[in-house]
Structure formats: C-alpha cells, structure tokens
Design a binder for this molecule. Structure first.
Ligand code: MN
Length: 482
C-alpha cells in the first residue's frame, strides 16, 4: 500500500509538554488524512533538531512503500536544522501550510497557544530554506479538513504515485522509430535518467515466436472477452482471431519481462500478417502504455498518466491529431489514428470491423471503431528539445461527432481547442507539440504541472489565458536559458 509520511516540524525550545501536544495533534491530523487522500498517511516522531530531520527523510527515501512526504511546521522550527535532510530528499514533497485549529480561540488565546500553533511563522521559515535550496515542492494552504485542501492533497498523492510508477516503468520497442520521423524520437538515456523509463528494443521476431505458440483455447478465451466487450461488425472472424493471438502473445511477453508500455511500427512487421489494431486497443484500455511508429515517449507517458488518473472518473489514453473542420468560427479537430485509439474514449459500444489499410502492405486488420466521449480534458505531449524534454499541455473540449462518418473505419475523437482554434493550434505548433498526444478527461493542467515540477521538466500550458505574444516570449526565454 502506498504510504505518505507526515513530518511535523518543531524544535527543542518549548519543553516536553508542548512537544507532546504537538506530536498528539500531528498524529490526529495524520489519522484524519489517512486513506482520505488516496494513500496511507503515517505521522513520524516530531522533529526537534537536524538529526531527527535527517532520520525522517532517510526513512522516507529508503521505504519502498513511501511515495512522498508531507511536511508541516506545528511550531517554529529553525530551518538550518532542515538543510542536510532536504538536500538528500528523493521523494516528492508537499508542504502543508495548515493549523491544528481552524479558528482562533479569541476568548482564551494566550502566549502558550501562540507558541504551540504558529505555522504561519514556522512554515515561512521552512519555505525559505526550501526556496534557498531549490527544493521542488507543492505548497497547499488551508485548514487540513477543508474539502479543497483534501482535494489538493489527493492530487499530490496521484502524481506522487505516478512518479513512483514512472521510476520503475519498462518500455519495449518492437522495431525502432518510424524512419525519418523527428518528433517521436528522443534521447532514451536521458529519459531513463529523468523519468526512470527503461526503454529497450526487441526484434518483432521475438513476438512472432510467441504468437506462433498461442493455443486455440487461449484464442477462444480472448475472443470471448472481445464478444463481451464489443460488437462484432464483421464476418471475417479469422482476422479477429489473428488479433486475439497478437494480444495473448503481447500479454505473455510483457508479463514475463515486467513491461508496462510498448511501441510498434508498421515498417517492421515481419512475420505478422496484420498491423496490430484491435489487440493494441484492447491492451491500452487496461493502462498498458502504447505509442505507434516507435513513439516511446508517448507510450511511456500514456502509462504514467493512466496510473495518475487511477481512481478518478474519466478516460486517459493515446490519440493523434489527424484532420480539421475549418469552417470559420466553428473549427473542430478530428483525432484518430490508423487503428490504435484507446477504447476508453468510446461513447458507444465499440464495433470490431475489418478493413484494408492503405499502408504497410499487410492483410486487412481488425480494429475497434467508435465515436468519442464529450467532456473537458487535456492533451499532453512530450518532445525532446535536444538539451531538455518539454511537456506541452493543452486544455481541450471533447465534443460529440458533429455528423456521422460512415466511411471512416477508425475510432475518432473530436475536440475544440482553447482559447480559440487559431490561438490553440498556433501555440501548440510554436511550442513544437507533436501529432501524438495523451488525452485525458480525468486529469487537469494542475496534475501535469505538479508532475513537470517534480520531474524538473519544462512545461508549456495552452489554455484560455494563452496569448501568442506572451507565449513566444516565454519560448524565447526558455531557449536562451537552456
Ligand atoms: Mn501516428
């Protein structure tokens, strides 16, 4: 079970009685927050000096179940005692600027009360040393039982859990990056250093061997799963069975190697008769990351963001910018892919259809066809700027398909850009945004902001406040600084 340590700051000065009270208050607060914020919350012994601060942080750093820490100064806590501890902290930190008491006891307040309950004082001292040391942290302000505060704490937990997941994520690339494509490529050494993604190439032959070994009963079990979830709108059952084989083989491959995300490419399908479509779509819906055409960054990012969104309402998965309706003033984007759009976005029960594919020179692949859900969401992509990674996060409004598209045999999403079509598309292109993105109606810009902060990644946000002149200035400054 994921755990967050609740670290209560104080000092020796106040005497045992005050310190015991501070510990008791802290324990009670941790107990209140326990499980309410999506993780176990455990109070550590109150911190009175540098040695104790170091002990707490070392414990958090080495505890495999610990995904992050919450720090709070109940009293004043001279911050030089935190320097050595903070310098080695390797888990995300939330600085909770709160109080044990919600209201001031105007009638009874005295100096004893003030000395015990002085986080307005102590948290500023702690904040200074974090800023001075350049410690990335999320600051949350307000009474700890307040609903908004709990929501912010839960958001931190979700991001911290996703970062812990990211550090262990293994990505398989079947085949390499699509020939000559720039934006899907990247520095795999750097992304392992920064995000923990262990990305490795595997020959498609390794998978083909597994596919050939898939038994009839395994195929039947997978077909039963498809029948339960999807509508068969094809008579070409053999084509569907072929995808079932691919999926069983992919599952075996990934389970054996503890792989959580993968890529493939239509340029390297030796031994496969179809491009994996339905199989990949069905796998994606379970949170396995996927990036087509060797796009390992999107693949890993989709797995990480799926993990971040766990437990929330909404859908998270891969999509691709494809084409537009440019009717002036009513511009909308149609997002899809050749085959692999995640069925988590389906507004209706997806249909399994089999159609020819214009590229790749393979047999007609089975795929899921559906219209997308509506709702507010974000599109997120990661690009490699050569000397750094950049995340681009745009707020979008997913909408119902404006009209039926009976001749388009792929899953499709439609959305509107913010603040308006021209500005949104311009901003994405100026920022260098890819045509592949992870789309989510479960996550918000704030989730991505916190993830970017703790992974020290540059972030460009495109939302209703985006202004092209300011964005260009921001991009120029970022280029000059790096
Ligand atoms: Mn693509």
């Amino acid at each position: 079970m994921n755990k967050i340590y609740f670290i209560i700051g104080s000092q020796d000065l106040y005497g045992d009685e005050t310190l015991m009270q501070a510990q008791k208050d802290g324990n009670e607060m941790a107990e209140f927050l326990d499980l309410k914020i999506g993780a176990r919350v455990e109070a550590l012994p109150i911190v009175r000096n540098g040695e104790e601060a170091l002990w707490c942080i070392e414990k958090a750093n080495t505890d495999k179940e610990c995904i992050g820490v919450i720090c709070w100064m109940h009293t004043f806590s001279p911050a030089k005692m935190w320097i050595k501890a903070l310098k080695i902290l390797n888990k995300p930190m939330l600085h909770l600027h709160t109080q044990y008491n919600e209201k001031l006891p105007y009638d009874s307040i005295d100096m004893d009360f003030m000395n015990l309950n002085q986080s307005a004082h102590g948290d500023r001292e702690f904040g200074f040393i974090c800023t001075r040391l350049g410690i990335k942290r999320e600051v949350v302000v307000g009474y700890y039982k307040n609903e908004e505060v709990i929501k912010e704490l839960s958001r931190f937990t979700d991001v911290a859990r996703a970062i812990a997941f990211s550090k262990k994520l293994k990505v398989a690339m079947f085949g390499n990056n699509m020939r000559d494509v720039a934006v899907t490529d990247g520095d795999r050494v750097e992304s392992e250093i920064k995000y923990g993604w262990n990305v490795n190439y595997y020959g498609i032959g390794d998978l083909v061997k597994l596919i050939e070994g898939v038994s009839d009963s395994e195929v039947e079990a997978k077909m039963a799963e498809y029948e339960a979830k999807y509508t068969f709108a094809t008579k070409n059952i053999d084509a569907v069975k072929e995808q079932a084989k691919y999926e069983v083989a992919l599952e075996k491959f990934m389970a054996e190697k503890s792989i959580g995300a993968f890529t493939d490419t239509f340029e390297d399908l030796n031994g496969l008769s179809q491009l994996p479509g339905l199989s990949v779509q069905n796998i994606m819906a379970r949170g396995i990351g996927f990036g087509p055409e060797g796009d390992y960054k999107t693949s890993a990012l989709s797995a990480v963001l799926f993990e971040m969104a766990k437990g929330r309402n909404g859908a998270t998965g891969f999509s691709e910018d494809y084409t537009y309706d440019l009717t002036f003033g009513q511009e909308v984007e149609l997002a899809a892919h050749m085959l692999e759009v995640s069925p988590v976005f389906a507004d209706n029960k997806p249909e399994i259809q089999v159609h020819p594919l214009g590229i790749g020179g393979k047999s007609d692949p089975a795929r899921l066809v559906f219209d997308g859900i509506e709702g507010e969401g974000i599109a997120v992509c990661m690009i490699d700027m050569g000397n750094r990674f950049r995340l681009i996060c745009a707020e979008i409004s997913l909408i119902k398909a404006i009209k039926e598209m009976p001749n388009l045999p792929v899953a499709r999403l439609m959305w509107k850009l913010k603040p308006d079509f021209k500005t949104g598309a311009k901003a994405w292109i100026y920022a260098g945004g890819a045509h592949h993105a992870v789309v989510s109606t479960a996550l918000s810009v704030d989730d991505i902001r916190i993830f970017a902060k703790f992974t020290d990644t540059e972030l460009i946000v495109i939302d209703n406040d985006t202004n092209i002149r300011e964005l260009e200035q921001q991009l120029n400054i970022l280029d000059k600084l790096s």
